[in-house]
Ligand binder design. Structure first.
Ligand code: MN
Length: 724
């Protein structure tokens, strides 16, 4: 007979537990998962010196004791396999199916989060983030089981690691267990964490509980018998337990009530468990009939359950010898939920499925303090999918501060959430060490490092995709201030220039006179007048005529070289040109050279009609730009995806089929053709044909590619961009 190893014994115990709790569950998957874990964790050792396999096996046992389903237990057995071995999620999926793979993946992701040293006010963000990262509640339950076993075996680690893990447990995991209503797990996690975080207080309280145990037990036993007798006489079926309070809850009571340990005498309490809600109230009546209730200590969590669905009646009575005794009264069902919380719902899944699912939904609704209606509760129950905080995303600064943002938020939102200066100076971002676009949509758990450059100002493009109103307002503020400054500058230059041209001596116009003109336009300051001139709202000539009518001849100004288009003919694609640091200025592409994206361009401040944008190669520009004061830098918007109509003239041999070849090239380039006209040139006498077309192109590069492709067609003699 071979003796069983500790591992074999553990496995047998696990299987026995599952068979007992959930006889219909598939044991073979659990055995397979065990063998799989044994194979891949083989040779790995825990800090305690035990084979590593002991850990997943213990986690699975905790889950089996909670009567969780086979998927959870298999996940428990495999929960560290992706993190610590060569096995991939795809391997797990192949071997154990999609559900298990999802759960293992979820647990693995949670393990990768480093909770740094969360400040208190940050802990809630961490907890929410953790829940937000999970889409199947079983992931959290497995993670809690994992943490519970790690806490039970924490003693072998270094003091620093112990403290870090214990703190994380107390701040993150115990509250999550509490929120999920898992009172038992929460209690054990808290006491274990307390033991490592404040060993002295823990020792004192534990000793006090132990030293009073004998006396208290005798006292409680007396009370318990009285209670049982009395309940039986009243026909209320019940079992009555004496209960030792947990060390951490006593500790909290000491802190809350600012009392010393000697002043706490109710380290023990009674719990009455009966069969119906009616009998809970019946039992309460019996208790109050027997002993005087302590005023203000009666709490009805049956009528008004706690957010985590905890239900019970609480009271304190003045028991024998005048001692205060705390009593909890609840049904078996309430007791199970108080102890196991959400895990209780996996127990009786078969046969009661419908009611269970409804209850689970109701549960989760309250549990997570749902802000909005669930999108499709039916869907939710069938997949056990969680989307607890669909509207939020949780990210970190490199130093570990959690930044909570609306979902879809970008690194720019993040930057402004950190500090408005960081937002204004933001020039780039690294997410998890990789450079990303500024409009990248952040994910839960992303570590975001904002790259800044002092003096940098936000771009107007950002307004197109930022998600937070904070970022939006700050960007607008900076842009408006900059634009206005720029418009004032342009307006002033424009007025000076126009004054020179018209022979008006601007220096002779009184400041008060300009103020009066500003007032005529409904403006309060000269600056506003300049700004409006800069924005092209009215012309400098008008202003000069109003302020110094005697100095201006009645002659109309000579026509400008560039004909500004009327507002109606102003094309939308002009919006893809940006004036350096300026916005809302009337801007249009000059017809004389029809610049397209990729062309080097320059802007020219026209008289009261905004800015004309020319190609630098345009012959008009050389004539215009002698007046360097009216020159202004412009650039193409980088992000716009508009197209520009361009006229192209192709000179070809006059032969059949050529037109078809040309249109094929256009089609291959996905170019929209606005018009196309073929003409034979009789005058040249060399069988030439001209094809004139107007096509939409994105930029110069595409245009050049297109022209190149056309030139390669045999028989094509010349391809020219034309602005005529
Ligand atoms: Mn683990």
């Amino acid at each position: 007979m071979t003796s069983l190893t500790p591992l074999d014994e553990q496995l047998n115990r696990l299987i026995a537990t599952v068979q007992d709790a959930r006889p219909k569950d598939d044991i073979s998957a659990i055995t397979r998962a065990y063998l799989y874990a044994a194979q891949y964790h083989s040779g790995q050792i825990r800090a305690s010196g035990e084979p590593y396999l002991m850990h997943p096996l213990a986690v699975a046992q905790i889950l089996a004791d909670m009567r969780m389903d086979a998927v959870s237990i298999v996940t428990g057995l495999l929960h560290d396999i992706v993190e610590d071995t060569t096995v991939s999620i795809a391997d797990v999926q192949k071997g154990f199916g999609q559900e298990v793979a999802n759960c293992v993946d979820g647990v693995t992701k949670l393990s990768k989060i480093d909770f740094f040293s969360a400040e208190d006010r940050q802990a809630e963000s961490y907890r929410k983030m953790l829940l937000a990262m999970v889409d199947d509640i079983r992931v959290i339950i497995v993670k809690l089981a994992d943490r519970l076993h790690n806490m039970r075996t924490l003693g072998v680690l270094s003091p620093e690691r112990r403290e870090r893990i214990a703190k994380e447990t107390l701040e993150i995991y115990a509250p999550i267990a509490h929120r999920l209503g898992m009172g038992k797990v929460r209690g054990e996690l808290e006491d274990l964490a307390f033991r490592y975080l404040d060993p002295q207080a823990y020792a004192e309280i534990s000793q006090a509980i132990d030293s009073q145990r004998a006396a208290n037990e005798e006292y409680l036993e007396r009370m318990r018998r009285t209670v049982e007798d009395e309940l039986r006489r009243q026909g209320v079926p019940a079992r009555v337990d004496g209960r030792v309070k947990r060390a951490f809850s006593v500790y909290q009571k000491l802190k809350r009530q600012k009392i010393s340990l000697e002043q706490v005498y109710d380290l023990f309490a009674l719990r009455i468990i009966t069969d119906s809600v009616k009998n809970c109230y019946g039992a309460l009546g019996v208790m109050h009939n027997e002993w005087r209730p302590v005023p203000g200590r009666i709490k009805d969590f049956i009528a008004i359950p706690r957010p985590n669905l905890y239900q019970s009646l609480h009271t304190s009575v003045v028991g024998p010898e005048g001692k205060h005794v705390e009593i909890q009264i609840r049904t078996e069902e309430m007791h199970r939920i108080a102890e196991e919380g959400i895990a209780a719902h996996w127990k009786y899944k078969e046969g009661q499925r419908h009611a269970q699912d409804d209850q689970r939904i109701a549960w989760l609704r309250q549990l997570v303090e749902w802000q909005q209606d669930m999108r499709d509760p039916g869907d939710f129950s069938s997949t056990l999918k969680l989307d607890l905080y669909p509207e939020e995303v949780y990210c970190f600064t490199p130093k570990g501060r959690v930044i909570t943002l609306p979902s879809g938020a970008s690194p720019v939102d993040f930057a402004y959430a950190v500090h408005s200066q960081v937002g204004n100076n933001c020039v780039g971002a690294k997410v998890n060490g990789r450079i990303v676009q500024l409009k990248y949509a952040l994910h839960n758990g992303d570590v975001v490092d904002i790259l800044t450059q002092s003096g940098h100002v936000p771009s107007k493009d950002w307004l197109g995709w930022v998600k937070t109103s904070r970022a939006r307002n700050k960007i607008k503020h900076v842009i408006n201030a900059n634009e206005r400054e720029r418009a004032i500058e342009i307006g002033q230059k424009y007025l000076e220039r126009e004054a020179r041209r018209l022979g008006v001596q601007l220096s002779r116009i009184q400041k008060t006179e300009l103020e009066r003109v500003a007032g005529e336009y409904g403006l309060s300051k000269i600056e506003d007048l300049y700004a409006n001139l800069g924005y092209g709202k009215f012309s400098a000539r008008q202003v000069l005529q109003k302020s110094a009518p005697e100095q201006i001849s009645e002659e109309p100004p000579p026509p400008t070289v560039v004909e500004p288009p009327s507002q109606a003919s102003r094309r939308d694609d002009d919006s893809v040109i940006k004036v350096h640091g300026v916005d809302d200025i009337m801007i249009y592409r000059a017809k004389c050279c029809n610049p397209i994206r990729g062309d080097t361009i320059v802007g020219y401040v026209t008289r009261g009609k905004g800015i004309a944008v020319h190609s630098r190669a345009c012959t008009n520009v050389t004539n215009l730009m002698y007046d360097s004061e009216r020159k202004i830098e412009v650039e193409w918007e980088r992000t716009a995806s508009d197209t520009f109509p361009v006229r192209i003239v192709v000179q070809t041999d006059d032969r059949p089929g050529l037109l078809h070849q040309l249109t094929t090239v256009l089609a291959n380039e996905n170019t929209n053709v606005r018009s196309l006209e073929a003409k034979t040139d009789f005058s040249s006498g060399n069988d030439a044909a001209f094809v004139e077309m107007t096509v939409d192109v994105r930029d110069k590069k595409q245009l050049e590619k297109l022209c190149g492709a056309m030139r390669r067609i045999s028989g094509v003699r010349d391809v020219e961009r034309s602005n005529q």
